[in-house]
Design a protein around this ligand. Structure first.
Ligand SMILES: *Cc1c(COP(=O)(O)O)cnc(C)c1O
Length: 400
């Protein structure tokens, strides 16, 4: 038998981490890393935040799970907060980003079916997108790397380019279109921030055509870009349906699909469900995380630290034009496109005790906790530059 006990779908990096505090994470050999992965944009308040630890452990002693057959008061509480902070009127809780997307896609088709237009099934997604790994999510994204070998593609999914607006507007106006699904800032695709103008144009076209607009803010939401949700940087850009997860639980698995009353109008009792979704443990932590992230002033400090990190990385990029193509993204969702291999760079960053994430388009992504201090931002820049210097030497040797 040569297969590993764990299904070999990941190439896991070597350190084994035992504990963390804030933006710092410690391996079993004592090495202390500056964590700019944060569980892939998930540990938005850093590791072991005392208020999250307290919320989880207090709930753990009371009630873990009751299913959605019964009321979970924490769901009512968090739903009200999300509704007050967004365009939405109603919320469904799930366990992950993929499940939040699944709810969003089903809701969009059900909406049209309930309005007597069952022929409207097509969902328009984009090149470079990522919406999760379920069969519907990989089809919504349409990227071959996640689809090949898994049988026929699902009908009713169209992939377009964000750069081809005429094709997009024509597709939105087509009579079988149900919805557009888009990340306001593409995460896995390489930290690509869409412009306010693009988001507003697509918003208007969807409204005119009676097509639902779904924002996937699984990665860009909950403060990552410096606003609670990335589309909130712009007026008149709000979607009809939005998927949230990652930072929502501050590291505890939870997702949410939020929607307007109209968009949700097809979702009656029995139309959708989840056994674990929004259980008392998840709600205890997510309510606390929401209060911390939405507290007055919290995101001001995120914006300041992110600007410092971004400026520092741009300086480094300017000093190493032979190694860095560009720096992009928004807030604490930063991508650095490299000339050399991004996977090799991630391993070299670990030698310099810095954790960075990978990304499409040969980027590495920096996704630190939202409460990163400015001193920590400077430290991340210093370690990034040290990694670049190491990479420059190694890549020069390889080329020789
Ligand atoms: C991570 C991610 C998902 C999938 O979330 P999971 O929790 O891994 O299921 C979906 N969309 C975006 C934009 C993501 O970044």
């Amino acid at each position: 038998m040569s297969i590993s006990p764990l299904l070999p779908v990941y190439n896991r990096a070597e350190p084994v981490f035992t504990h963390g505090e804030g933006a710092w994470i410690v391996a079993d050999d004592g090495r202390r890393f500056l964590d700019c992965v944060a569980g892939i944009a998930t540990n938005a308040l850093g590791h072991a935040h005392p208020r999250l630890v307290d919320a989880l452990t207090r709930q753990a002693g009371k009630l873990w799970h009751i299913s959605n057959v019964f009321r979970v008061p924490g769901q009512d509480e968090l739903a009200k907060k999300l509704i007050a902070a967004t365009f939405a009127d109603t919320v469904f809780f799930a366990n992950s980003g993929t499940e939040a997307i699944e709810c969003a896609l089903k809701m969009a088709r059900k909406y049209h079916a309930a309005k007597g237009r069952p022929e409207r099934i097509d969902v328009i997604g984009f090149g470079g997108s990522f919406h999760g790994r379920s069969y519907a999510a990989v089809n919504a994204s349409g990227n071959a790397a996640y689809l090949d070998g898994f049988g026929p593609r699902l009908p009713g999914h169209i992939q377009l380019s964000v750069d081809d607006l005429p094709a997009l507007l024509a597709a939105i106006a087509a009579p079988t279109t149900a919805a557009v699904i888009v990340e306001p800032v593409q995460g896995e695709g390489g930290a690509r921030a869409l412009s306010g103008e693009w988001l507003q144009t697509v918003r208007r076209a969807c409204t005119e055509a009676g097509v639902l607009l779904i924002h996937d803010e699984v990665q860009s939401g909950m403060g990552r870009t410096g606003k609670l949700f990335a589309h909130q940087w712009f007026d008149d850009a709000a979607p009809d349906i939005m998927a949230i997860a990652k930072a929502l639980g501050g590291g505890f698995p939870v997702g949410a699909c939020v929607a307007t009353e109209d968009a949700a109008s097809g979702m009656t009792a029995g139309a959708h469900g989840s056994t674990f979704g929004g259980n008392p443990l998840a709600m205890a932590v997510a309510n606390e995380a929401f209060d911390l992230i939405s507290a007055p002033g919290f995101l001001d400090q995120t914006v300041a630290a992110a600007a410092r990190l971004r400026a520092g990385l741009e300086d480094v990029a300017a000093r190493h034009p032979e190694l860095v193509v560009d720096v992009r993204g928004k807030g604490m969702l930063i991508g650095v496109k490299l000339t050399g291999n991004n996977r090799e760079f991630m391993a070299m960053a670990r030698e310099k005790l810095l954790l960075v994430a990978g990304g499409g388009d040969n980027c590495v992504r920096l996704l630190p906790p939202l409460n990163l201090s400015e001193a920590e931002a400077d430290e991340a820049v210093a370690r990034f530059e040290a990694t670049l210097e190491l990479a420059g030497e190694r890549w020069a040797k390889q080329a020789a």
